[in-house]
Design a protein around this ligand. Sequence first.
Ligand code: DON
Length: 589
Amino acid sequence: MLKSIIATFAVIGAACAAQSSALAQTAAEASGANALISYPSLFHSVEADHGMVVAQDRLAAEVGRDMLKRGGNVVDAAVAAGFALAVTHPQAGNLGGGGFMLIKLADREDVIAIDFREMAPAGASRDMFLDEAGNVDNLRARFSHLSAGVPGTVMGLATALEKYGTMSLKDVMKPSIRLAEKGFPATAALADSLAEYKERFERDPSSLRYFLKDDGSAYARGEKIVQKDLARTLKAIAAKGAAGFYEGPVADLIVAEMRANGGLITHEDLKNYRAVERKAVTGEFRGFEIVSMPPPSSGGVHLIEMLNVLEGYDLKALGHNSADYLGLLVEAMRRAYADRSEYLGDPDFYEVPIAALLDEAYAKKLRGEISFRRASKSEDVRPGLGPRDESEETTHFSVMDAAGNAVAVTTTLNFTFGSSYSVDGAGFLLNNEMDDFSAKPGAPNGFGLIGDEANEIAPKKRPLSSMTPTIVMKDGKAILATGTPGGSTIINIVLQNILNILEFGMSPMQANAMPKVHHQWLPDRIITEPGVPVDAIHIMEERGFIFARDPDGALQQRAMGRTNTIMLQGGKLLGAPDPREPDGGAGAF
Ligand code: DON
């Protein structure tokens, strides 16, 4: 019976091919073969043909995208998104902090690196955070008006726009002024974090006014947050450029805030603040050019130092997040962070041995000390160059267009909501970046990082950072822009993101999402994210690697960083906000 039906179909089919394929399809459907749509990947990036901005806040990403849509370039979009984040993402977006920006324009060979890191006020001194017994007073270093370095963000954004943008400050700032003046609805995540930090805001009358409701209660999800004072400050900047912030009424408010509360920032400090263009650090990994932020960030140097070490192994063959692979990562991290503690600081004050740290021969020496089969002990690992001839919060956003123009920006107030003190009348939070200096040799800062002379406090010096905005190039063209917040974990998170993409062929969304590990030399323990294979952890523990565990033996795990990544592949933009950030978003067209 079946045979005769098929035979009949064959005859008819010869005369009518289309009908036959329709019937064949029906037969396949009937067999259940296509019952469900199936995509090959678990992760899906946002795709776009023209331009994209990925940020920790969706509204800010869309503000940036709108600039691209109006014909602005990637710098216009980045500056617009940067100011919008100061309104919609007060945890880290800022006017009162600092950061770093990398710009690759398709018609230029070099990558521009703008340093707008905060600067120690002229009145700062090496021992300013030590108490009478010579111990570091962490409250003063982290939660006082002394914790604030001279803010750099406004100078950085204004300088980038003036030199490399195409639009006016007025135009790119219009959306952020509107968001501050008319308000925007609090997302669930923003409402939650404002509520979580309520007690800190209550310590400061202006923060209380700016970040809690008039009756002192926390905003609920969906309630409108209006920031009139911030809008006024933004308008002053839009009208006068950086001078609208570093001079005139806004500067007066900053200085008054300092005088009334024992802070150090003066009119002179503000007026003298400059954003500095530095030579980006570059390295090569598997034929890709890695371009990242030089000192005063430690990010680029150590990212490339670790990639140099890891390039000597067939990582793919070891397998992603296998015990062997993770063992190698951790050993590379251990050594890079040991070096960080000794050699990295503001290059205007301390000669950072960048070339020695990035030398191939040094990577080979480090490889010689490393085995994934046996953990080394951090106490046995010292900063590795040998004697020398002596003489929760940050935010990253990426912008890219289909022509290969790219911007990677990381800015910060240091902790979530910075020092939690706001400039009364000016509507913005002050950073607590002074805690990124080494207040005393060997004393850990808020991220457990230690340092020495290279990063000691000095007037007008910039504190060492881990922020690692990075652009990857192939044949002179930008193909990837990425970066993340995460304090001391930043460099390691960016490292793993880049390896996920370049070595393991993952898409931006998958690379962001994959669970990651962190080791920073001291303390000698590995922090893991949920999802790092438990079998790999057990094997590594047998090999002597130490994982952070609670006294009851439970692994201490937490989400680390929030990587915002865009990639240009086959003429298409593929981007992804990090799934760890509830408010993250991509603006694309
Ligand atoms: O510059 C640095 O390295 C730190 N101030 C960054 C702080 C940070 O990422 C906190 N955010 N999660």
